[in-house]
Design a protein around this ligand. Structure first.
Ligand code: TXA
Ligand code: MG
Length: 381
């Protein structure tokens, strides 16, 4: 049965408050967490939907509010190194070095869990995901509540992650009592997830902290999980982070990605856009500051600049939500592979597209492009 969601959702603009009012709002948020309720808060990556990590009932409320499958475990957010010890008894010197270098920051570490960590938080897994966020409001909320905070991204399951408090409000209105508004987040895509339960570390989800950053500190190779590295949805590869097997971050419209030299990508997107528009579909196009003016669609957006890949990460989820708001039925996007951050951006975009992507080459004909390879699950062009 569908629950009637009619709770009053208070959204507090933290930057508008003086010291006393700010502290009072954080006290209230901390109390909600201690009493087993939910509070959405900013982190440096995306907004999180927090609850007391050691209270299985509180964690269950997160799944309910998000409409999230209960086998998909939560990340436990901490504010002090000692809290990592309370969650896992297996912190080797190598793991500690990684923690001390990258925390607080956008890195989640998977370790064997202590028995005290409830199954309701870890989705029944014997391991726990731990992260120390660097956003000051996240750290203050954890400290004020006196609890470690389990938090997934604060979107409805399947939707793009929220990068502003408005996005959280859109998805969580009526479902949670309080949102701490700390303005737009800084990074815009979720933390790197590093599995350190095996002999050699494996990245389960790429993010702002890159394999290169990690291997410099680890002193050895950092592997990429095969399900991430393959860039396709192969059934025989089992995703180790349960969350990675779900379609995610997806806009309502049909999203298709194009890869290849810029001129061929632009020509291909314009050709398919014209075809769709003729068929009466509303078309959205995701380009960059460098290419935006070359496109013809109903909604054309620059997600950021190729000169600064971090602007693309920061704008990605906002643009995907905007395509929904503007009712785009067909969405075409450029690809953004480049070193490091490109891997993380494309991991999210491919998932949002249900892995629909098309490789193009420059062509001499009238259209100016060739289709070199298509991977379009669930249907032809
Ligand atoms: O940046 C972030 O990590 C954000 C902010 C709010 O901190 N949080 C976030 O949480 O992205 P969520 O729940 O949307 O994604 C958590 C991912 C899921 O894919 C989940 O399957 C994986 O982490 N995960 C959690 N615990 C795990 C575990 N014990 N083993 C493997 N994967 C795990
Ligand atoms: Mg999420």
């Amino acid at each position: 049965m569908d629950k009637a969601w009619s709770m009053k959702t208070e959204c507090v603009r933290m930057d508008l408050l003086d010291e006393d009012a700010r502290s009072e709002a954080l006290d209230r948020a901390g109390r909600i967490i201690r009493e087993g309720g939910l509070v959405a808060f900013p982190t440096e990556t995306v907004y999180g939907l927090g609850a007391d990590a050691m209270n299985a009932q509180a964690a269950a409320r997160i799944y309910e509010a998000k409409g999230r499958p209960s086998d998909n475990p939560l990340i436990v957010h901490i504010a002090d190194f000692a809290e990592a010890e309370a969650l896992s008894g297996d912190i080797s010197p190598g793991v500690r070095k990684i923690m001390e270098t990258f925390w607080p920051g956008p890195l989640t570490i998977i370790l064997p869990k202590r028995p005290e960590v409830p199954d309701g938080t870890t989705g029944g897994l014997p391991t726990v995901a731990i992260r120390m966020p660097s956003h000051p409001l996240a750290a203050e909320l954890i400290r004020k509540s006196g609890r470690m905070i389990a938090a997934p991204s604060a979107n409805l399951s399947g939707r793009p992650s929220p990068t502003t408090a408005d996005h959280v409000y859109e998805d969580m209105k009526g479902r949670i009592p309080m949102i701490l508004d700390g303005g737009p987040v800084n990074i815009g895509i979720e933390s790197t997830i590093l599995d350190m339960t095996e002999e050699e570390p494996v990245i389960l989800r790429p993010g702002y902290i890159s394999p290169r950053d990690l291997s410099r500190v680890w002193g050895g190779q950092i592997h990429l999980d095969p399900a991430v590295a393959s860039r396709t949805m192969k059934k025989d590869i089992k995703a180790k982070a349960p969350g990675m097997k779900y379609r995610h971050y997806a806009p309502k419209g049909r999203l298709t990605l194009f890869e290849g030299p810029s001129s061929a990508v632009t020509a291909a997107i314009n050709a398919l856009s014209a075809k769709d528009r003729k068929a009466g579909l509303r078309v959205g196009i995701i380009g960059t500051e460098e290419t935006e003016s070359l496109y013809k669609g109903d909604v054309v957006r620059a997600v950021g600049s190729r000169q600064h890949p971090e602007t693309i990460a920061a704008g990605l989820y906002r643009i995907l939500r905007e395509m929904d708001d503007l009712n785009c039925a067909s969405i075409y996007s450029e690809s953004f592979y480049d070193e490091d951050l490109g891997e993380a951006i494309m991991n999210r975009l491919l998932k949002a597209a249900g892995y629909r992507h098309i490789k193009v080459k420059p062509g001499l004909g009238e259209e100016g492009f060739f289709i070199e390879e298509t991977d379009v699950p669930g249907g032809a062009l």
